[in-house]
Ligand binder design. Structure first.
Ligand code: HEC
Length: 98
């Protein structure tokens, strides 16, 4: 799989986040996953920063699994997403594919 991350204006500080930098509510990041060599995404994984208190111990991030058409199959403070992203360096973000 190959991946690319697209962000909206509120998430513009990504990927230059440093210690203590947290993205504001409304920030959205979408990771497009492609099969190797294909231009058509297979799955979209997204994170949207919600209002303070949405999920305090999860950095108030909502996680979404989307079809390539943008339909949400699962959304919320999804435990598997949240658990792994809790280990990310800054504000539950890893900083994209490398
Ligand atoms: C096993 C660990 C793990 C799980 C589970 C996981 N992620 Fe990630 N995620 C990563 C890593 C590592 C990166 C950075 C590398 C990359 O982009 O592939 C990442 C990157 C992302 C990004 C780009 C923003 C960033 O952190 O840099 C989004 C959006 C994302 N994941 C969404 C999700 C969603 C939605 C789920 C649940 C369906 C999920 N992830 C589950 C490890 C995980």
């Amino acid at each position: 799989m190959e991946a690319e991350v697209r962000v909206n204006a509120a998430a513009a500080a990504y990927p230059a986040l440093g210690p203590g930098r947290v993205l504001p509510p409304g920030a959205a990041l979408v990771e497009y996953h492609y099969a190797a060599g294909s231009a058509d995404p297979v799955t979209l994984l997204a994170m949207v920063k919600r209002h303070a208190g949405y999920d305090p111990d999860g950095g108030d991030w909502e996680y979404l699994i989307l079809t390539p058409q943008g339909t949400s199959a699962h959304r919320g403070a999804l435990p598997p997403c949240k658990r792994c992203h809790a280990d990310a360096p800054h504000d539950h973000l890893f900083g994209g594919p490398r």
